[in-house]
Design a binder for this molecule. Sequence first.
Ligand code: HEM
Length: 328
Amino acid sequence: MKKLLCVALAAGFGAAVLPAQAQTSMPEAQVNALEALFGKQAGSRRSQAKGLCATGYFVGNADGRAMSSAAVFKGDKVPVVARFSVGGGNPKANDKGKSVRGLSLQFNLPNGETWLSANISAPMYFVSKPEQFAPWVQVRTPDPATGKPDPEKLKAFNEANPETLLQAAYLAKQPVPASFATQNYFSTNAFEVTNAQGMSQFVRWQFAAQAGVMGLSDEQVKAMPDNFLADDLAERTSKGPVSFDFKFQIAEKGDPITDPTQVWPETRKLVTAGQLHIEKLAPLSACDNITFNPLVLPAGIKPSADPVLLARPAPYGVSLGRRLSEPK
Ligand code: HEM
């Protein structure tokens, strides 16, 4: 017994003196990689750092109820807290960048459930496996010696992981978004919805702008200030709600359920299951304590086996822990 205790203690001490590198978990490595690229931005989210908070409501409909028993589709007005964001880890990012825009939502359901969701203005994500995330960021991080990413490492990573270039290729073809209100926002990850009869199907979802998708021309981009998205949304919401149609895209046999870099064919059925209405801007503090962990789901919606989806809560938690414990 005494011998066993000694062995256990020795093992414990052994673990305590392992070099820091060996103990870095994947979620910490992902967040560390974002900090190395964007700088350590105290108090800010390590991804989608620049953003604004708003409030509004969601109303589900009968087509939503036919697909999912989630209480969010019952037809009641469900209050939501929304966060619109600009891609990357720089809280002072230029609004004229061609990065993704984000729409994150906290639905506060009347039955006490919460649904959290974080969506982007591209139909695909940039990694197909969570293990690619930190290296993807690292090969794009400037080498302090040259001020540029190492071209050899970048080329080797891109050649070995061609699917991680699809999102950048898509974004390069899009104009600079004119407004948070004129983008469609996609889950990119797949989920499984189940209705009251127990019928399940795999879906991705999107929030489609009722104002239509609009970008800026090159002349308009030149004429715009670097920060215009917050003022634009304040002005739009002062005139009435900014609204989105919530649509399920239904997978067919053979569609990739576990790879968010691969879009499903445009011919897949889209079902409008409700409407989101953003009514007014809220102080940033109303969103600060929320991390939009996409695995917080109401009964009637389950995660798919997509490894990228399943890997999201941990780095979000790491980022939340760091930003809430730092002075701003
Ligand atoms: C392994 C994959 C991923 C990693 C490591 C990752 C990392 C992060 C981190 C660290 C944050 C900041 C969280 C916070 O401080 O609250 C974040 C936020 C966000 N991520 Fe991801 N993410 C991943 C996948 C995705 C995917 C697939 C999407 C696509 C929809 C996405 C969209 C967003 C959005 C919209 C936000 C902003 C949430 C907000 O408004 O607070 N992420 N991500």
